[in-house]
Design a protein around this ligand. Structure first.
Ligand code: DAH
Length: 339
């Protein structure tokens, strides 16, 4: 029986030397030390031994069991370390590998140009203000010196919500809201959406964007208007861009003008881009009409001001040589990816 026990120790030791996983060790534990294991089987036969042999063999069997149990413990430790090593090396991150390409979005060309415009005017000391897109007739027309039945109302096909409420056709309403709320000196621009009931084509859309500008203070003259707008256009289109002020009429400014930039494609000679005119119109402007100042409780004998309205799509189209306005609203990624 002693020989049998010795054999069990040797074969357990041999098997333990070859284990590769915790599972292997568990199998060995069951095989030798388990309830139906080899060692247990032998111990069951102890009853057949003589009284002298029994304690000796019993002690020996205990020693063998302790030995195997200890070997199992040390092997479990070793295997755990080994498994950890394998895991660490297999999960290692190679920080020098190129990363997965992520698809980054793009800023919309209108946003890019608007950000530039804001930057330019902030640099000249202007504040940025916002106004509502759903407006009253009063702010969109009446206060801007366009009473009911004024012919200038017909030039802007208006979406009416009811008799008195409409979608603003221009950002000029923000001039009134600003002058009502604050005292001169006032220096603001107000970008935003405007709406007109126009059919969609290459140069028209029922929704487009304007940037309104307003300056009111003592002693503001038309030269301030010219200087401000020339500075703006040269900052936007480059120092050598040529600007022209052309007389025009708006009910809320007097005198009024439209500003053209010399076509940068043909430099004034005339081409397809400028429809052979050599000039491209980009904004309307003028000195704020005394009636408009009065409507906002500002004394036109003390204060004067200028205002302007820029079409954002228009300057973005010129900026990027885009010849169809619809491209701005279709959100075709092939178009947007170019910016
Ligand atoms: N509101 C005009 C338009 O929608 C643009 C404009 C012209 C705004 C002259 C102004 C201005 O403030 O003074 O076409």
């Amino acid at each position: 029986m002693k020989k049998q026990l010795e054999n069990i120790r040797i074969s357990a030791e041999h098997e333990l030397s070859k284990v590769k996983s915790q599972k292997d060790i568990e199998n060995i534990r069951i095989k030798y030390l388990g309830k139906k294991g080899e060692l247990t089987n032998i111990l069951k036969q102890m009853g057949k031994l003589s009284n002298e042999e029994r304690p000796i063999i019993g002690q020996f069997a205990n020693e063998i069991r302790d030995f195997i149990a200890k070997s199992i413990d040390t092997n479990i430790k070793k295997i755990k370390e080994l498994e950890l090593d394998i895991r660490l090396s297999s999960e290692k991150i190679d920080v020098t590998l190129p990363s997965k390409r992520r698809h980054l979005g793009h800023r919309h060309p209108l946003t890019i140009v608007l950000d530039e415009v804001k930057e330019i005017f902030i640099g000249m000391g202007f504040n940025i203000v916002n106004g509502p897109e759903v407006e009253n007739d009063y702010y969109n027309f009446e206060a801007l010196n366009m009473p009911k039945h004024h012919p200038a109302r017909d030039t802007q096909d208006t979406f009416y919500i009811n008799e008195n409420t409409l979608l603003r056709t221009q950002t000029s309403c923000v001039q009134i809201r600003t002058m009502e709320k604050s005292n001169p000196p006032i220096r603001i621009i107000s970008p935003g959406r405007v709406y007109r009931s126009d059919a969609v084509d290459a140069t028209h859309s029922p929704l487009f964007h304007q940037i309104e500008g307003l300056v009111v203070d003592k002693g503001i003259t038309f030269s301030d208007l010219k200087g401000t707008l020339e500075t703006f256009i040269q900052a936007l289109y480059g120092k050598d861009s040529v600007v022209r002020f052309r007389p025009h009429h708006f009910p809320y400014t007097e005198p009024s003008a439209e500003v053209d930039v010399q076509c940068f494609s043909c430099h004034g000679k005339g081409c397809r881009l400028c429809k052979n005119e050599g000039w491209i119109e980009i904004l309307g402007c003028g000195m704020v009409h005394p009636t408009v100042l009065k409507n906002c409780d500002i004394d036109p004998e003390v204060y004067s001001g200028f205002a302007f309205g820029v079409g954002l799509e228009r300057i973005a189209m010129r900026r990027y040589n885009i010849d169809d306005m619809r491209l701005f609203y279709e959100n075709d990624v092939r178009f947007l990816n170019q910016f």
